[in-house]
Design a protein around this ligand. Structure first.
Ligand code: UDP
Ligand code: MG
Length: 320
């Protein structure tokens, strides 16, 4: 039977931690009694350098339920993506299946069962996808949806309306550990791993307690990180602008010459305007060109795995 690890990043979550632990232990007990996971499954809270009593509460939960509640304490606040990664990588060797979920119970814990079922049907990655955003404010909904659209436009493959509530098998986690890049955007990396994947749908709820730890500033930073870590398309945009400017400089040339010969111009204007357009265009073009090389270097230094072999068929039939 598979050992399940539920990984929960927590930053200043003292108001909600107790509730969260109870709800998630409830899920574990339920799944164990249905025979879907092994009895040594656990919840792993990752304390992301909280300034409040979060860690003390995690310790307390652990002493009450030593085999069901584990804790990982980070030495300082590193942000949700890194805290989650720390938890997942720690859990990778101690589980067969992982589920990552926020501490605030906004994601529906009851769909974890569906995720586990999909795992048993052969999926290595199962995404939790929000059906609607009824409980979000208009502003949050609008910014979040723009986020997915801009990402798609910039050529970053993400799962629409999926945050970081997902199941990953241990082999998917191990492959994920091969992505060594510093700027981590999990939602972009996970789809690169491959394997059979599926989605489960749920309604996102209000935060059970406490306040959002993701103010607009952090959301914008996440969006920028997502785009800049996965796409060099902004460089292409500069290059396109460079070509467009050079083309326009040709138009400006024709226009300036016509004006010159029809005699409506101040002395010196023609040569100035042509130079301004042409040089501006050439500069943009040159920056874009240099940018292309910088972009390539950027992709290279990430050292991402180039492929992930799932199965091999050979004559001694070693299949894995
Ligand atoms: N979180 C974290 N480190 C941070 C900020 C947030 O570990 O620096 C955790 C937080 O405790 C929560 C999850 O990330 O479990 C999502 O944060 P939140 O619910 O505040 O974001 P929102 O749902 O409002 O976007
Ligand atoms: Mg939340």
């Amino acid at each position: 039977m598979e050992r399940l690890a539920i990984v929960v990043p927590c930053y200043n979550e003292e108001e909600v931690l107790g509730m969260s632990s109870e709800a998630l232990r409830g899920v574990l007990n339920d799944l164990v009694s249905k025979g879907k996971i092994s009895p040594d499954s656990y919840v792993m809270f990752v304390n992301d350098g909280s300034a409040d009593k979060t860690w003390a509460l995690i310790e307390e939960e652990h002493s009450k339920y030593p085999s069901q509640v584990f804790g990982v304490g980070l030495a300082r606040n590193v942000g949700h993506q890194y805290a989650l990664t720390a938890g997942l990588i720690t859990a990778a060797d101690m589980c067969d299946i992982s589920v990552s979920i926020d501490a605030d119970l906004q994601d529906d814990v009851s769909v974890i069962e569906e995720m586990v079922d999909k795992y048993h049907e052969g999926c290595d990655i199962v995404y939790g996808v929000r059906k609607e955003r009824k409980t979000d404010t208009f502003f949050k909904r609008f910014t979040a949806q723009s986020f997915y659209k801009v990402m798609a436009h910039m050529g970053v493959k993400t799962v629409y309306n999926h945050a970081d509530f997902r199941l990953m098998s241990s082999r998917a986690l191990k492959e994920f550990a091969n992505y060594h890049e510093y700027n981590l955007f999990l939602r972009g990396i996970v789809p690169l791993i491959g394997y059979k994947t599926d989605c489960v749908y749920y309604d996102r709820k209000e935060r059970a307690a406490g306040v959002s730890k993701y103010p607009l500033k952090k959301m914008l930073a996440l969006a920028f990180d997502g785009i800049s870590s996965f796409s060099t398309r902004p460089i292409d945009l500069i290059l396109t602008a460079g070509f467009a400017s050079v083309f326009l400089s040709m138009v400006a040339l024709v226009y300036a010459l016509i004006s010159y010969f029809t005699g409506h111009v101040e002395p010196g204007w023609t040569s100035l305007i042509i130079s301004v357009w042409f040089l501006g265009g050439m500069q943009l073009l040159a920056i874009g060109l240099v940018g292309k090389y910088v972009g390539k270097t950027y992709i290279e230094v990430k050292h991402r795995p180039r492929y992930n072999i799932e199965k091999v068929l050979t004559d001694d039939s070693s299949e894995d």
